[in-house]
Design a protein around this ligand. Sequence first.
Ligand code: FAD
Length: 317
Amino acid sequence: MKVIEHYDRATEPLISFEIIPPKRGGSVQAVFESLDKVIEKVHPPFIDVTYHAAEAYVEEQQDGSLKRVVRRKRPGTIGLCAAILHRYGIDPVPHLICEGFTKEESEDALIELNYLGIHNVLAIRGDNTGNQVSLNLNGTANKYAIDLVKQIKKMNRGTYIEDIINAEPTNFCVGVAGYPEKHFEAPNIDWDIKRLKDKLDAGADYVVTQMFFNNKAYFDFVEKCREHGIKAPIVPGLKILTTPSHLKTLPKYFHLNIPDELTAEVDAYPERTRDIGVEWARQQTLELIEGGAPGIHFYIMGDPQPALDVIDFVKRK
Ligand code: FAD
């Protein structure tokens, strides 16, 4: 089923999850063990799997020379999605990114997904961290997420890159990213929301937000989105703070603010960070649901337990 149909038919807020594929050479068993736990407790309507661009490294060789090596650290998104569908019968949502992919490669990935019976994708730009190999230079890659959304929607109308007579239309539901605290490159929040509206006008079906720790940012964002004419579901993405190092790494990599109250508590009791983070997320989840959020999308990455602790508590309320 399509993600948008899950939201349209839902009679209560939907709980969904996002995971990352293992590092190259890693075992997929650990991912299944973690999903087994999630599915036993929650049976989510869909599970997102992130995509990772290839990165370029300089490696020193035995003779002391330097060699440029291009490697994707976490391959396997499509395979993992197929495994989720067949093992659990749950709709997987692969992320597809612009960064590091030619339009032909994106089309090929979408053809693979279509054949696998996977009809949901989250269309994302990706980031060039400086290490990544950028293919944007000669226009062979999609530049912004909106360009990928347009490509997918064209395929849904039977239009592929090459002119193909009687090409079979695909049938993808497309999610896109939104930023309650503004995307770090956008000059201001209104400008960023206009770009989000462009993605929806291009055919995207729903929005999942970047993680945030202050619900006011989400509620204000939703209000502004509605003022800009965005009608699609805007699903809050939540990450649970579990280690003191998150106070630095989350703002650094995700460009978000962590409220004073939360930082002060973690600073005072660093050994209790996981409990503090879980309690914070419990209150956030309750308030978001009471405030009318269509669901909660938990970024669990490798470890589902903190999110399951939050869900247990919320279910008992
Ligand atoms: P876009 O929508 O393309 O926006 C990027 C920036 O460009 C914004 O500032 C926007 O305002 C601006 N912009 C948009 N259109 C235009 C235009 N036409 N002209 C000028 N400026 C424009 N990264 C991964 O590598 N893999 C993942 O699996 C992944 N999953 C994610 C899931 C979610 C829910 C979120 C929130 C983020 C995810 N990311 C992932 C991170 C994402 O790649 C970065 O946040 C990236 O910087 C922006 O992606 P986007 O799709 O929002 O980009």
